[in-house]
Design a protein around this ligand. Structure first.
Ligand SMILES: Cc1cc2nc3c(=O)[nH]c(=O)nc-3n(C[C@H](O)[C@H](O)[C@H](O)COP(=O)(O)OP(=O)(O)OC[C@H]3O[C@@H](n4cnc5c(N)ncnc54)[C@H](O)[C@@H]3O)c2cc1C
Length: 498
C-alpha cells in the first residue's frame, strides 16, 4: 500500500481533531506542524468554552456552520468520554428583558426547528426563575436550549493530540510554515523554519493565520481574516451565586451575546466583548477598561446578584478569526492538487471541530480519490491525568501509599500535587512538545487559582528544572526563560577569587 503523507498546519482544536480523525486509517502518514512550543495555544485556548446546541446558526446564511455545529455537539459527547475531557452539559438560557429581545430570541426557536436542534423552547419568567434562581428577576423570559455544554478547551486540545499521537500521528512544534511548495499544479510540501517537509496533501488549519497560508498556496487571494477580540472576567471559585445553567443575553449581529457561566473548573466567568481590530492586531490579547465595564454591565443585567468585584482573579481576551461574511472556508482544491483550506473557523468552531474533521476527511476522500481503510487497532481512548482534587481522603491516602508525590501539594488554590505536575511533564514529552510552565498549567491548572501562580509558578519551574536537568533560569514559561541568568554567579566567583 502506498503511503499518503498529510501535513496538517496548526494544532488548535480544528487541526488536532483532523489529525485524530485521520489517525484512524491505514496508509496515511499524518504530521501536525505547530509554530508554538505546545498545542492549543492559539484561538482554541481563550474562548467561552461552550459546546453550542446549533440553534443560533442561521440555516440560510450559514448552512455549513449550522450542520457541523449540531453534529459537533453530538460528537463531543462521545469524544469527552473517549478522551476523558472534563465537561458539563447544563443547557443554556438566552435571556430577554424586553419585547425587542423577545422577538430576537423567538427567531432562534425557528432556527432550532430548521437545524433539528432538540428540546429548544421558550420559558416564561416564572419557569426561568424555577430552573435557574441565579437569573435577575427583571428578566422576562428565555429561550432554553438543553443540549448546550461546557468543556475545558485548553485541556481538550492536548487530550486530542495525545490520542492522535498514540495512534501514529507525529507532532512537530516550534515549526512554522513559511511557504507552500507547488510544482505543475500540485502540492509538494511545506517550507518551514526547520527546513522542507514533503507532503502529498497539506491541510491548512492555521487559525488566525490561515489566510496567509492560503495565499502561500496561491488560492483565495481576496480571503482575509479579521481579528475580532473578546474580553472576559474570571472570578474565584468561592463566588456564592454562580449559575448552574449557561446564561446569555440575546445575540447581536457580531456575537451570541454576553455569557455568564460556571466553568468546568467551578469559576464564574463573564464575557465576551466583540471588537473588530485592525488586520495586524491578530496577536493583541490586551484588555480594556471599556471592554471590562461593558461585560460587567451586561452580566449584571441578567444575573440576580452582580458578580463581586473583589473576587475577580483575572481579566483576559481571546481573538476570533473572523472570515468575510462569517463564512467558514473549508475546501479541497484540485489546483493546486493536494491543498485543503480549513480557514476562518470562527465560533462555533470549538463545538464543530470534531464534525469539521469528519467533513475534511470526506473532502479528502472525494477530491483526491483516497481509498480509506480503517486500522484494525485504532485506540479511541485516552486516560486523564490522575488528580487528587475532588477525591475522598481515603482515595488520596491510597494514592500517596503508591506514590508519595501525591502527598506533596504544589498548588494550594487548585489542590495539585507534585505527582500531577510530573505526569503533565511526561505527557508533554510524549507528544513531542516543549515542556513549559504554561504547558503544565494548561494540563493540571497550576496557576489557575486565586493566587494566579504567585505561589506555585516557581515550584513548577523548579520541578521542570530538575526533570529536564537544566538550570531554573532556563526553564521556559511560555516563550521566554524563567530568569535572565544565575544572579549568584558573580557572588560565587568573587568568593572563589578571595
Ligand atoms: C472570544 C472567543 C469566544 C469563542 N467562544 C466559542 C464558544 O464558546 N464555542 C465555540 O464553539 N467556539 C467559540 N469560539 C471559536 C473557537 O474558539 C474557534 O473557532 C476555534 O478555537 C478555532 O480553532 P482553530 O484550530 O481553527 O484555530 P487555533 O486554535 O488558532 O489553531 C491554529 C493553530 O495554528 C498555528 N499556526 C498559525 N500559523 C502557523 C504557521 N505558519 N505554521 C505553523 N502553525 C501555525 C497557531 O499557532 C495555532 O496553534 C470562540 C472564539 C473566541 C476568540
Amino acid at each position: 500500500m502506498n503511503v499518503l503523507k498529510i501535513v496538517v498546519i496548526g494544532s488548535g482544536v480544528v487541526g488536532a481533531s483532523i489529525a485524530r480523525v485521520l489517525s484512524r486509517y491505514q496508509g496515511l502518514e499524518v504530521i501536525v506542524l505547530e509554530r508554538e512550543p505546545d498545542v492549543g495555544w492559539g484561538v482554541s485556548k481563550a474562548n467561552t468554552s461552550i459546546i453550542h446546541p446549533g440553534h443560533e446558526e442561521d440555516p440560510d446564511q450559514h448552512p455549513l456552520r449550522a450542520k457541523l455545529c449540531v453534529r459537533g455537539n453530538m460528537l463531543w459527547r462521545q469524544w469527552v468520554r473517549e478522551l476523558s475531557i472534563l465537561s458539563t452539559w447544563p443547557g443554556e438560557l438566552m435571556l430577554y428583558t424586553n419585547t425587542a429581545e423577545e422577538k430576537e430570541a423567538r427567531k432562534y426557536l425557528e432556527y432550532a426547528k430548521r437545524n433539528s436542534v432538540p428540546g429548544v423552547r421558550i420559558l416564561d419568567k416564572n419557569e426561568v426563575q424555577a430552573v435557574e434562581p441565579a437569573v435577575n428577576p427583571g428578566v422576562e423570559g428565555a429561550l432554553y436550549a438543553p443540549t448546550a455544554g461546557l468543556i475545558s478547551p485548553f485541556e481538550a486540545v492536548p487530550a486530542i493530540i495525545e490520542n492522535a499521537v498514540d495512534n501514529g500521528v507525529k507532532l512537530l512544534v516550534e515549526t512554522e510554515v513559511r511557504n507552500i511548495r507547488i510544482s505543475s499544479g500540485r502540492v509538494l510540501g511545506v517550507e518551514t523554519n526547520k527546513g522542507f517537509i514533503q507532503a502529498d496533501i497539506v491541510v491548512n488549519a492555521a487559525g488566525l493565520h490561515a489566510d496567509t497560508i492560503s495565499h502561500m498556496a496561491g488560492v483565495e487571494p481576496e480571503f482575509k481574516i479579521t481579528p475580532r477580540k473578546g474580553e472576559y472576567i474570571l472570578f474565584d471559585e468561592t463566588v456564592e451565586s454562580k449559575p448552574r445553567i449557561i446564561l446569555h443575553t440575546t445575540p447581536t449581529p457580531k456575537t451570541k451575546g454576553v455569557y455568564a457561566i460556571t466553568t468546568v473548573h467551578g469559576n464564574l466567568m463573564i464575557g465576551p466583548t466583540a471588537e473588530d481590530m485592525p488586520y495586524e492586531f491578530k496577536e493583541d490579547t490586551s484588555t480594556s477598561r471599556e471592554g471590562i465595564e461593558y461585560i460587567y454591565r451586561e452580566a449584571a443585567r441578567i444575573l440576580k446578584n452582580p458578580p463581586p468585584k473583589n473576587r475577580v482573579i483575572r481579566v483576559f481576551a481571546g481573538v476570533r478569526p473572523e472570515p468575510p461574511g462569517g463564512h467558514w472556508l473549508i475546501k479541497a482544491y484540485s489546483d493546486p492538487w493536494g491543498f485543503v483550506n480549513v480557514a476562518g473557523i470562527r465560533s462555533p468552531g470549538l463545538t464543530a471541530a470534531p464534525a469539521i474533521a469528519e467533513y475534511v476527511l470526506d473532502l479528502i476522500r472525494e477530491t483526491y480519490d483516497v481509498k480509506l481503510v480503517e486500522k484494525q487497532k485504532w485506540n479511541p481512548y485516552r486516560r486523564d491525568i490522575t488528580r487528587i482534587k475532588n477525591k475522598r481522603l481515603d482515595e488520596i491516602d491510597e494514592l500517596v501509599k503508591s506514590n508519595p508525590n501525591y502527598g506533596e501539594i504544589i498548588c494550594y488554590c487548585k489542590m495539585v500535587s507534585k505527582a500531577e505536575v510530573l505526569e503533565a511533564i511526561e505527557r508533554i514529552k510524549k507528544i513531542g512538545a516543549r515542556v513549559t510552565v504554561d504547558g503544565v498549567k494548561f494540563r493540571v491548572y497550576t496557576g489557575f487559582g486565586k493566587c494566579q501562580g504567585s505561589f506555585c509558578r516557581w515550584r513548577v519551574a523548579n520541578i521542570i528544572s530538575m526533570e529536564l536537568g537544566i538550570p531554573l533560569q532556563e526553564v521556559v514559561v511560555k516563550h521566554s526563560p524563567y530568569g535572565i541568568g544565575d544572579v549568584k554567579k558573580l557572588w560565587r566567583e568573587k568568593v572563589s577569587v578571595q
